[in-house]
Write a protein that binds this ligand. Structure first.
Ligand code: ADP
Length: 474
């Protein structure tokens, strides 16, 4: 029961499998249903025709019998004799005179109940055509017409045939046919559903194989399916070629970013150096010139940092990002970073740590860059009168660093995305801070490259906590 509930929950209403199953099953059900209806209609028709034929035989024979008996006895007696002769328990005959009264009838008519006879009589009032009438749980075929012997009108002849037994048998057969049709439709639907699932299996395999291909494996990806139909094999081949083309273009783009960043960084660093040295010897510069040079130096510095970020990302993508892992005491390293951060900002930055020493193996300069990026963000995205706290801890085999601020916070639905490249929460808000949207993606790349993890918890207008966990030396 649980399994059925689960599979109903997993049912994809727009899946090709469901659509094909419903489509083909409905089509088969329509064909099978129409066939069953047509067969039963045809059989009913044959049954009626055979009764009509029997009745017609009686109607044809009666005048001849009446004439024969009338030659041997009184006409009235002859008529009765002829009627008796053609009647039996299932076939009843009666003749109505011009006053619509029964003048002669089969003796077996009295075997029927009064209400049945009354109903049969009321049917004979109307113009009747040979068909099946349902009267009090019984079925009759009724036919009527005028009776003439040697041109003399003797009355209206009615022939009633009790076909209850045949009709019951026929209805039982129709019931069996309906049940058989329904069972056949269910069976066909199940077979079709399984067959479609089996046929679509290679497509699902292909999708699963494609889903696990990472950016690094694009070039080596080989989608091959052993027993798949040729159409799916062709699709797999096309997809493999597409992945290979994607990998080439991705590689070219990576190379391009790396080359451009590298080529621009060197001259810009020189420009920045010159600007700094001119500013240092500023004795004969006017105030406006100093301001212009300071703006140029700050913009050059910002662009150099952006280019360095781009270079790091391009290196990480091509797998050339190397980490020089050495043993450090985290508490000392963080203190150093905080001192450095305080030089660039007049914010209150405190460290909270109850454990000393927390030893870990890390790449000193990369971890420094990670922490500076997070502190820089905390400064940028919180009011200037609020403090920033770095909390150090140890949990199982992990060193935990939390960078906490009391800033604007990040909306819940965007917390996953802020680690993506060039993703910025609120462009208008971020614009004034002059970021590029690369800082957190660098943080994630570096931390994961050192075997750690980074996550964020944030509440709007309350602040954010960025947590880094790194493996410690146990
Ligand atoms: P940016 O250069 O824009 O700072 P990041 O990758 O460092 O790029 O950050 C991405 C976005 O995440 C930022 O634009 C900002 O909107 C949001 N963000 C990052 N850190 C914080 C924080 N401490 N508080 C609030 N928002 C933050």
């Amino acid at each position: 029961m649980k399994q059925i509930k689960q599979s109903l929950k997993n049912l994809d209403l727009f899946s090709l499998r469901l659509r094909l199953t419903i489509g083909i099953s409905t089509f088969s059900a329509l064909i099978l249903g129409s066939l069953a209806v047509w067969t039963s209609h045809k059989m009913q028709q044959i049954l009626i025709d055979s009764h009509k034929h029997n009745i017609q035989q009686i109607v044809d024979r009666l005048p001849h019998d009446i004439q024969l008996y009338s030659e041997m006895m009184q006409p009235e007696t002859g008529l009765q004799k002829a009627i008796n002769n053609l009647s039996n328990s299932n076939t009843l005959l009666f003749i109505k005179n011009s006053d619509n009264q029964i003048s002669i009838k089969s003796p077996t008519l009295s075997l029927l109940s009064d209400s049945t006879v009354n109903k049969l009589m009321s049917i004979t009032q109307m113009s009747i055509k040979p068909q099946i009438y349902h009267v009090n749980q019984s079925y009759f075929v009724l036919s009527g017409g005028s009776l003439q012997v040697q041109g003399k009108f003797l009355g209206k002849l009615f022939v009633v045939r009790d076909i209850s037994r045949e009709q019951m048998m026929f209805m039982a057969m129709i019931r069996s046919l309906s049940i058989a049709s329904i069972l056949a439709i269910i069976l066909i639907t199940l077979v079709i559903a399984f067959y479609i699932q089996y046929s679509l299996q290679p497509l699902c395999q292909l999708s699963q194989m494609t889903a696990v291909i990472s950016l690094e494996d694009l070039g080596q990806a080989q989608l091959y399916l052993d027993n798949a139909p040729s159409e799916v094999k062709e699709l797999a081949q096309t997809l493999t070629m597409l992945l290979s083309r994607l990998s080439q273009s991705w590689e070219k783009e990576r190379q391009f970013v790396s080359n451009v960043s590298h080529e621009l960084r060197t001259p810009l660093t020189i420009v920045h150096g010159y600007l700094q040295s001119v500013l240092r010897r500023q004795s004969n510069l006017t105030e406006i010139q100093i301001e212009a040079l300071e703006t140029a130096a700050s913009e050059a510095d910002h662009t150099i940092r952006l280019l360095q970020d781009l270079l790091d990302i391009a290196r990480a993508d091509s797998g050339y990002l190397r980490f020089q892992m050495k043993s450090y005491i985290l508490n000392d390293l963080v203190e150093e970073v905080v001192m450095m951060a305080k030089k660039y900002s007049d914010r209150t930055i405190t460290i909270e740590s109850s454990i000393y020493p927390i030893e870990l193996k890390t790449d000193y300069s990369r971890l420094k860059q990670v922490l500076l990026n997070l502190i820089d963000n905390a400064v940028k995205y919180s009011p200037s009168n609020t403090p920033i706290t770095l909390k150090l801890n140890r949990f199982h085999h992990q060193a935990i660093i939390e960078v906490c601020d009391h800033g604007y916070g990040i909306p819940l639905q965007q917390q996953e995305r802020i680690f993506e490249r060039f993703y910025r929460v609120d462009e208008s808000r971020s614009h004034t801070t002059g970021g590029s949207g690369l800082g957190l993606s660098i943080v994630k790349t570096f931390v994961e490259g050192m075997g750690g993890n980074v996550s964020v918890k944030s509440k709007l207008e309350e602040g954010s906590v960025f947590t880094i966990s790194l493996p410690i030396i146990s």
